[in-house]
Write a protein that binds this ligand. Structure first.
Ligand SMILES: O=C(O)C(=O)C[C@]1(C(=O)O)C=C[C@@H](O)C=C1
Length: 280
């Protein structure tokens, strides 16, 4: 059997690539970089790769909306696993660069958001967003200019021949990102899982509709670990809910909750069921 093809947010040197090799062994995969999160998810959807890995949530900046919205609106992918990684942000520049040389800093919007306090110490520097941290690092190497620095991984510095101008520039030492591993929806979901992600559309916008749903989980003793509302794209104020809960799809209580919520007329889609990743 050939190696599994796994798409990731590239180029090489992103946090997503680190997460990929945390989950899969180098021997079993053929890793394929894509420029955007949407490109990764589309590649899985159309069968170009077997799996895809993308960020979904960060402990400082919250949800990665691009990922949540793609899952809700674009395709019908299945989340088969999650990976949680500690995130250490670094300022990367050409060797020999001094902080006073830097006029522009580029990175992924989430990485920029994780380093706000550090960036405030550089009031004369403009900040640019790039598709990923490694893409910005690659650009620093390409421009060969000391004016431009990137925020990203220590591995990207090595990969693109850059120096770490300043290490650990994140706003908090407790910085973690959760990544999801997606695949095309399997015929049979896994039999052992202890976490499930649901997408819920309320039947109607009336007082107590959300409480109604939450009460079902309470009554069945199901612990919710995250709830996020995102626009349905059907008008201002119209939202659906992405709910993470403790329990696998094989659990009777989870099955019951899904059935009851459905009989109330709310629409529910299981986005995935998998083994919870422990924080490292
Ligand atoms: O740009 C990267 O290196 C990524 O893997 C993306 C990403 C994100 O989207 O949150 C992943 C982890 C960090 O939180 C910062 C950036």
């Amino acid at each position: 059997m050939g190696r599994m093809k796994v798409g990731f947010l590239g180029p090489e040197g992103t946090f997503t690539e680190e997460a990929l090799y945390h989950h899969f062994s180098r021997e079993e995969v053929e890793a394929q970089p894509f420029s955007t999160i949407a490109d990764v998810l589309e590649a899985v959807d159309c069968g170009l790769v077997d799996h895809g890995i993308v960020p979904i949530e960060n402990s400082l900046e919250g949800s990665v909306n691009l990922t949540l919205d793609w899952l809700a609106h674009q395709g019908d992918l299945w989340i088969g696993a999650e990976v949680v990684l500690p995130i250490l942000q670094n300022l990367l520049a050409l060797p020999g660069t001094q902080i006073s040389d830097v006029r522009e800093i580029g990175s992924h919007p989430h990485a920029i958001a994780q380093c706000r306090n550090f960036l405030r110490t550089l009031p004369n520097v403009t900040v640019q967003t790039w598709e990923s941290t490694a893409r910005a690092a690659q650009e620093v190497a390409k421009r060969e200019s000391r004016d431009f620095a990137a925020i990203g991984t220590a591995w990207a510095a090595k990969k693109y021949g850059l120096s770490i101008l300043k290490a650990n520039i994140g706003d908090s030492d407790d910085n973690h990102t959760r990544f999801i591993v997606v695949e095309r929806r399997p015929e049979h979901p896994p039999a052992i899982a202890n976490k499930t992600m649901l997408l819920v559309y309320l039947a109607e916008d009336r007082a107590g509709a959300l409480v109604h749903i939450l009460n079902v989980f309470v009554a069945l003793g199901i612990n919710l670990t995250k709830i996020e509302s995102r626009p349905t794209r059907k008008g201002l104020g119209s939202y659906h809910f992405l709910i993470d809960l403790d329990g696998g799809l094989q659990d009777e209580a989870v099955q019951k909750a899904i059935t009851i919520i459905g009989t109330y007329g709310h629409r529910i889609r299981v986005l995935g069921s998998f083994l919870r990743a422990e924080k490292i």
